[in-house]
Every structure is written in C-alpha cells, then in structure tokens.
Design a protein around this ligand. Structure first.
Ligand code: T4K
Length: 375
C-alpha cells in the first residue's frame, strides 16, 4: 500500500472519485483488450461521449490541455508572428505560444469578468498579429461576439483557452463552441477529469484530421509520416475514467453550483471582499470560487491566505503571479505592469476558495466563518 495523507487540508479543488467498484469492470476490460493507448476502444467511446455531452460535432482528445493547445496552434498553421493574449491565466496559456515560436502580446483584462478586455485588443494589433488567444477565466465567458468581430475585421484566428469551461452553457450552447478552436483541460483538478487530459473542439472534418495527425507524431500509415507531430495521445485508463466521470457529471455540476451559490450569499455583501461578476446568459460550472481582497478588508490578500492556511484551508492565488511578470515574459514591452493595471490589481487581490463536489457543508461554513471573523 502507498502512503495515505494523515489529515488532508481543505484543498482549493479536489477530484470527485466515483466508487472504486464502478471502475473495476473498466480495468478488467482494458486487461482483456491488451489495448492500452493509441485510439483504443475506450478512447473512441469517450471522444464521442464528450462531443455528444457538449453538443459538439468535432472533438479530439489529448493527454493534457497544454499539448492540445500547442498542437491546435500548429494545426491552424499559426507558425510565426504575434498572438494577442491575456496575462491573467495559468502559465500554460502563454507557454503554448513560446513552444510554437510565437510572440505573446499581452492585453489587459476587464475587472468584473477577469477576461481579455475587447476594447483594448485593436490597439495591440500589428501587421505581425496572427491570432487572438483569450481565456474563459474560471469558466466565465469572454466577450465572444466582440472578439470574433475584431478577428474577422483583421483576418485573425481565435483560439480559446477553455481549460476551465467544461459544462458552461452560453446562450444555450456549450461555451467551447466559439472560436476557430477551443481547448479543454481534463486535469485532476478540473470539473471533468481524466487524471491528466484535454481536448480540442474544432469545426470541420479536415481540421479534425489535421489535429489527429499532429497528436500522433504526424503518422499517416505504417510507412508515411507527413508532419512533425507530437505525442498527444490519451491512454485507455484515462479514457475509461472519463467515461465513468461522465456518468456522474450532472450531479457534480449541481453540487458545485450550490457551493458557489452559498459562497455568493455569504460573502456577496461583505465589505472589502469583491466577487467575480458572472456574465449574463451563461450557466456557470462552479469550477473556481475567486474572491478579490480589496484594500478596505482588515487583512491583505496574503494575510488572508496565511490566516486560512493556519486553519488548514489551502486557498490558491489563481492567477498570481501574472504570466507577464514571469521571467521568460517580463522583458516584453506589453508585459509592463503599466500596460496591464487591471490584471496587476486582480493578481494582487485574488484568492480562490475551496470548491469541489465533495466539499462538506460544515467545511464550507468554516471557510466562510474564518473570512467573516476577520472583520
Ligand atoms: N490553461 C489554463 C487556463 C489552465 O488553468 C490550465 C491548467 C491549462 C491551460 C493547462 O491544462 P493542463 O495541461 O493542466 O491540462 C493546477 C493544474 O495542474 C492545472 O491543470 C490547472 N490549469 C491549474 C489552474 O492548476 P497547480 O500546480 O496549481 O495544481 P496542484 O497540482 O498544486 O493542485 C491544486 C490542488 O488540488 C492541490 O493543492 C490539491 C488538489 N489536488 C491536486 C491534484 C493534482 C488533489 O486533490 N488531487 C490531485 O490529484 O496547477
């Protein structure tokens, strides 16, 4: 037996683990098949099941969201120039650009939604701009219409980092339906997980074929390698776990939404605490619960982070530091904090509170009481 955590802290996220007994038949099937990866039967079933669940026609599974994003950029043949993106995200968003020798150009975000500010995008476009890479931060929809209109006017591609957006419905359809492509992450800490995993949503058979080619080394057949592809393949254990998770997804989403609602009710009017403004016309997935600790709260953001941690509550500063403040980005002119005042403030004030389907009500009450007790 491996090590067991003594008394686990209250983590910012935790995967929901379906009963182990439900997973055993899947494992038995994999043992019997002796087909462990490379478009195995569970992979094929999951790819179709996720597409059906999202109401999407074309979807390609990957072994993680980062590799999916790297491959998607290549599939769109964005192979040089600049890409406009947000500094307020997980490092993977911009890292995918550097891995493709693309130049990230950072544009500030909106304070309410934390998403790329569409009003600032055009000023950042140059003759070298090839694409826009916005993030639906915390699953909250970007200004998809404005972004698409700008992209159309300037002949740019739109690649959504939708890592947080599984299960978010926007105007009656999956948020992943927007843009030329959208990337999903199925990492262990996400709403829907396959241990590690991810997917690309795209919009044509031809594009799906190209992405599939790139995810499997560029192999066409036993004697033909047509592109410098990568290994982005999801294995059978991951895919089987995903199928099992899908059986439970509605209950998990409902639980997340009710935890979200309880936090909103308890913390909504609290002086010094600001909440994320969820975009109208969208059904949230409760993937994260960020609060913004403003100057009139008795503790600083880091003070509150430490206070919670002393009581076993491990909040996380998603997203601090800003990507643009990381050493591989900060020399760029667009990375200057003076160019990104809203993102800089959000990064200094944000603290994500625990939210996951199995969070006990009394633990959530303790988190709320710890915050309220600071006043
Ligand atoms: N774009 C965006 C906007 C993203 O947020 C991400 C990933 C990506 C792209 C890239 O997608 P992937 O390539 O990852 O598919 C985590 C995740 O590793 C990362 O997937 C996620 N975003 C990011 C926001 O958070 P860490 O290093 O902060 O997470 P970690 O491993 O410290 O886990 C957080 C907490 O969750 C732990 O304190 C405890 C709990 N936990 C974690 C794991 C791994 C568990 O309870 N069980 C677990 O198995 O990056």
């Amino acid at each position: 037996m491996g090590p067991k955590l003594a008394k686990p802290p209250l983590y910012v996220t935790q995967p929901h683990m379906p009963p182990l007994a439900e997973f055993i038949p899947y494992l038995e099937q994999i043992w019997e098949n002796k087909w462990l990866t490379n478009s195995g039967p569970f992979h094929e079933r999951l790819e179709q099941a996720v597409a059906d669940y999202l109401g999407i026609e074309h979807l390609v599974l990957f072994n993680n969201g980062t590799v999916a994003l790297i491959a998607a950029l290549q599939a769109l043949e964005i192979d040089e120039g600049e890409v406009i993106t947000t500094p307020y995200s997980f490092a993977a968003t911009s890292h995918a650009l550097l891995w493709n020798q693309l130049e990230p150009v950072f544009v500030d975000v909106e304070p309410g939604s934390c998403n790329l500010d569409p009003g600032r995008i055009e000023a950042a476009i140059t003759p070298r701009t090839r694409a826009i890479l916005p993030v639906h931060c915390y699953g909250n929809p970007c200004a998809v219409d404005e972004i698409q209109a700008i992209a159309d006017a300037h002949d740019l591609k739109v690649i959504y980092d939708a890592a947080h957006a599984f299960g978010v419905m926007h105007r009656g359809r999956s948020l992943t339906a927007y843009g030329d492509v959208a990337m999903l992450s199925f990492h262990a800490t996400k709403v829907f997980n396959t241990f590690e995993g991810g997917a690309i949503v795209c919009h044509s058979v031809e594009h799906k074929r190209r992405i599939n080619l790139l995810k499997n080394f560029g192999i066409v057949d036993e004697v033909t390698v047509a592109a410098a592809g990568i290994n982005g393949k999801m294995n059978e254990v991951q895919a089987a776990f995903g199928l099992l998770q899908l059986d439970h997804i509605e209950a998990m989403l409902a639980r997340r939404r009710s935890i979200d609602a309880r936090y909103r009710e308890a913390l909504g009017g609290m002086p010094g605490i600001r909440l994320l403004e969820w975009v109208p016309d969208a059904l949230a997935n409760g993937s994260y619960f960020p609060i913004f600790v403003e100057p009139d709260f008795p503790l600083s953001r880091d003070g509150l982070y430490d206070h919670l941690r002393e009581h076993g509550v491990h909040g996380r500063r998603y997203f601090y530091p800003l990507i643009s403040d990381m050493p591989m980005y900060r020399q760029r002119p667009s990375a200057d904090r003076a160019n990104l005042p809203v993102a800089a403030r959000l990064a200094d004030e944000v603290l994500c509170l625990p939210i996951h389907p199995d969070l006990p009500a009394e633990d959530q009450a303790m988190v709320i009481d710890l915050i309220a007790g600071c006043r």
